[in-house]
Design a protein around this ligand. Structure first.
Ligand code: SAM
Length: 364
């Protein structure tokens, strides 16, 4: 059937309508006219595969990777970079509206990646029955990969070595340089931009900083010079050991579940006798913040909250819960993973206050 693509949804699939239902088609671009064949029929929507492009978008370009379309990693190599950013920006805004109930999300411009390919400082490849590679698109079968063009050359050199070593079945994370064996941000340039952003959003904040889901202290190491006290919490003891390798007197790192630890830590720094500025950075996994953590933040209300998210849908869900107790100052998307569907966001929230005679009164 012939379809008119009207949008590209979060995840990378183009959206059209047919027979009164939404149709999702991968590897197309908004405003393209295509012919497609239906591959699956669901109650509320259809899935289709691209057959032919009838009218191509001016944003369509040649993908650089020979595996594109088969590999489960990249979804946007056929779209020029400017338009990738425009689409992702719209996806974040729409998600915040739809799931977060934010009528006019305070979106800032995208922070792009200065490098569109060869940016990943680590990749995880899988080995099964002699095949070394990534999972195929929407499949648990492996695709044999000789080179990944979004990874740094150094990482690809390690891939060559791994392939030559005839590795056993398993998962192998290949990292550039002497990178630590704990969570690290995957795109160095965008990670640096993210630190600058968080630092500038916090303005002149001092007092105590809680870095929840701190990993090896990515945010706290940058911010420790300006806060009186920095407390990092992560349940990965290896990451905490790395964070503890280089600490100033004002830094404490705790191996704990954020769910169990955040409340007590916040209570101790925001007790009425210790009124002062407090900032919390949360950088949770894609599942977002648990109910208890949201309740703790609403109950204890730090002065500022920075929410670093790798999943706009869970960010939107959590902001829907936080928006009555905090004002949402800004949401900045960052392109940590060009060519892929991934979107990183930094949301800046401030405690809602009624300021009379300089006293801070929490709005509940
Ligand atoms: C997205 S990473 C962020 C790490 C760090 N902020 C950084 O930028 O390098 C998420 C971190 O959360 C930790 N984590 C996940 N769930 C947790 C939990 N319930 N309690 C404590 N740490 C958790 C993981 O160990 C991981 O280090």
């Amino acid at each position: 059937m012939q379809l008119q693509i009207t949008d590209v949804a979060f995840g990378g699939k183009g959206v059209a309508r047919a027979n009164g239902k939404a149709v999702f088609v991968p590897y197309v671009i908004d405003e393209e006219t295509i012919s497609a064949s239906i591959t699956r029929e669901h109650k509320k929507f259809l899935e289709a595969d691209l057959e032919n492009i009838v009218t191509a978008s001016p944003h369509r370009i040649e993908p650089r990777c020979p595996y594109f379309g088969r590999c489960g990693g990249c979804v946007y190599q056929h779209i020029d970079y400017e338009h990738q950013l425009a689409l992702k920006w719209r996806q974040v805004k729409e998600t915040l509206r739809r799931i977060g109930g934010l009528k006019e999300p305070p979106m800032r411009p995208f922070i792009p990646s200065p490098i569109e390919y060869e940016y990943r400082n680590r990749i995880t490849v899988h080995v099964r029955d002699g095949v070394v590679g990534f999972f195929r698109r929407e499949s648990n079968k492996l695709l044999d990969i000789e080179r990944c063009p979004i990874a740094l050359n150094e990482v690809n050199a390690q891939l060559v070595e791994l392939r030559e070593s005839r590795p056993r079945d398993g998962h192998y994370t290949l990292r550039a340089g002497a990178a630590q064996r704990v969570f690290t941000q995957a795109n160095d340039a965008v990670a640096a931009a993210m630190l600058d952003l968080v630092d500038s959003l916090l303005g002149s904040a001092t007092g105590t900083l809680i870095d929840a889901y701190c990993g090896a202290g990515f945010f706290s190491k940058r911010l420790r010079g300006r806060f009186e006290k920095v407390i990092g919490i992560d349940w990965d003891q290896h990451a905490i050991a790395v964070a503890r390798e280089d600490t100033n007197e004002n830094e404490t790192y705790i191996v704990a579940d954020v769910e169990a630890e955040l409340g007590a830590r916040l209570r101790s720094i925001i007790s009425p006798s210790r009124e002062g500025q407090s900032a919390v950075v949360v950088d949770p996994p894609a599942t977002g913040l648990g109910k208890m953590i949201l309740e703790t933040l609403i109950e204890q209300q730090p002065t500022q909250l920075i929410y670093v998210s790798c999943n706009p849908a869970t960010l939107a869900r959590d902001l829907a819960r936080l928006k009555n107790s905090f004002s949402i100052d800004s949401i900045t998307p960052l392109d940590m993973f060009p060519q892929t569907a991934e979107i990183e966001c930094v949301a800046h929230l401030k405690m809602k206050t009624v300021c009379d005679d300089g006293e801070r009164t929490k709005v509940r």
